[in-house]
Write a protein that binds this ligand. Structure first.
Ligand code: G3P
Ligand code: MG
Length: 246
């Protein structure tokens, strides 16, 4: 538990900007977030790119699997218009483009490896090399629903911070997380129950639920001393936190 709940922008400020674009990240940064969560998949030519789905259909004007596009092919897709025509021309960022800018800030960066549906062999090493290239290992948290990916990350670099993602009401998940060398619990909001928050705090393990958008949920978790929340509406969460600190 924490005195001050950190606010992480989920896929950037995804409530008001097209998710996982530089526009969404830049909005989050300007709103004063503490951290940014983003999703990483690999192109055909092994470039880590920031996009939530394994397929480009929902968030671009293209169609097909990310893994079947080279980066050059992916780059020309429009990742903004689906959200609002005013964002026409926004592209799918590479992880390197993101690091290039955000390594110059002090934000916490939560890299979610989307290696659960498509395995993307080698994604852990590729991402780790970029983290080291940009010298941001002290403020990166690597998370994944694929816990084999987290174990692989730890085997490559025992010092890199990892967190398990999970949706279910697991019993004492901090024990399981410790067992695979992870340092944090990134749980689906409905399972962030008092037993989990209190137990994890006693075990010294941070909890960062997703996706916390409703005012009441934001308020409750901040009052409970939750370490961080991930939200599509960071500006709202920051305002609520400020009002509660008075
Ligand atoms: O990392 C937290 C959250 O983003 C996990 O779910 O589907 O939004 O990537 P999803
Ligand atoms: Mg995510």
């Amino acid at each position: 538990m924490s005195n001050k709940t950190l606010i992480f922008a989920h896929r950037g400020s995804a409530g008001t900007y097209p998710e996982n674009t530089m526009a969404a990240f830049s909005a989050a940064f300007n709103e004063g977030v503490d951290g940014i969560e983003l999703d990483v998949q690999l192109t055909k030519d092994d470039i880590p790119v920031i996009i939530h789905d394994e397929m480009v259909d929902r968030t671009t004007n293209g169609s097909g699997w990310v893994k079947d596009f080279t980066y050059q092919e992916l780059e020309s897709l429009d990742a903004g218009s689906w959200f609002d025509p005013s964002f026409e021309g926004a592209s799918i960022p590479t992880l390197e483009q993101f690091f290039d800018f955000y390594s110059q800030t002090s934000l916490v960066i939560n890299v979610e490896l989307k290696s659960g549906v498509v395995r993307y062999p080698g994604i852990e090493k590729i991402v780790l090399e970029l983290i080291n290239k940009y010298k941001i290992r002290d403020r990166v948290i690597v998370s994944s629903f694929n816990h084999y990916s987290l174990v692989e990350m730890k085997q490559l670099d025992p010092e890199i911070e990892t967190a398990i993602l999970f949706m279910e009401g697991l019993y004492e998940p901090w024990n399981y997380a410790k067992g695979i060398g992870a340092e944090g619990l990134h749980c689906y909001l409905p399972v962030a129950v008092p037993e989990l928050l209190v137990g994890a705090a006693k075990a010294g393990m941070p909890v960062r639920p997703f996706v916390v958008n409703e005012e009441q949920h934001i308020t409750n978790l901040i009052k409970a001393g939750c370490d961080a929340i991930m939200t599509d509406w960071p500006e709202r969460a920051i305002q609520i936190r400020e009002s509660l600190l008075i």
